[in-house]
Design a protein around this ligand. Structure first.
Ligand code: DC
Length: 213
């Protein structure tokens, strides 16, 4: 079974997808982690994130897989926590916007899911990577709610407003880029998560999946 979950930054996709994968005994496929892993290698090799050809070469050669906890392995080595660092976070949207990088990474995502099913989450999993997924969801929440969640995660609840502003900038970048912009697939189920805990959202998705709705 393949379940695809898309949505904007901090919409709760990762937490929900991870929990759903655990419940259903499927691989948690964190597609953003794969673009972060490519970016980590790009920076380590001293390549400029704007250099499409060099980024594409790196994306083609890198071996990406996931451990049982859904953590990305880069050429067999743990990519966490470096892929979450500030340098990677600042450069990843530039690297992920290159068509050549996406063309190299999408088949790797499809191969991982084909090997036993997956809950995939990202920006284009319902539209480009798994348009034929068994279930497709698009999670949304207001920028303020997402700012609050992100601030809470980072242990800085007083900075919710700043995080909300950063999230709105990311939304704009993700929505307006040329290749695989963030879009809701017509046949994806829209799930508004404002005011819901991750557990509640996971329960709702599970009900759709198990109920065959
Ligand atoms: O979800 P995240 O913050 O880990 O994503 C990191 C970056 O990768 C972000 O700029 C969006 C991009 N991304 C993408 O272009 N396509 C995906 N399927 C997943 C993430």
């Amino acid at each position: 079974m393949i379940i695809a979950i898309d949505g904007p930054a901090a919409s709760g996709k990762s937490t929900v997808a991870r929990a759903l994968a655990q419940h259903l005994n499927l691989t948690f496929l964190d597609t953003g982690a794969m673009y972060r892993a490519v970016t980590l290698r790009v920076l380590a090799e001293g390549v400029a994130p704007e250099d499409e050809e060099a980024c594409e070469r790196i994306a083609g050669l890198i071996d990406l897989s996931f451990d049982g906890q859904g953590r990305v392995l880069v050429d067999g080595e743990p990519g966490e926590p470096q892929i979450r660092g500030a340098a990677v976070t600042a450069a990843v949207s530039v690297v992920a916007a290159h068509a050549g990088v996406r063309a190299a990474i999408v088949p790797k995502q499809q191969a991982i899911a084909a090997a036993g099913g997956a809950v995939a989450e990202g920006r284009d999993t319902t539209t480009v990577v798994f348009p034929e997924a068994d279930h497709k969801f698009f999670l949304v929440a207001s920028p303020l709610e997402r700012g609050r969640r992100r601030a809470q995660e980072r242990g800085e609840p007083q900075r919710a407003g700043e995080y909300a502003a950063e999230i709105e900038r990311r939304d704009e970048q993700d929505r307006t880029r040329e290749h695989s912009p963030l879009l809701k697939a017509a046949d994806a189920r829209l799930v508004d998560t404002d005011g819901c805990t991750a557990e509640q959202v996971c329960e709702r998705l599970l009900a759709y999946v198990l109920g065959g709705a």
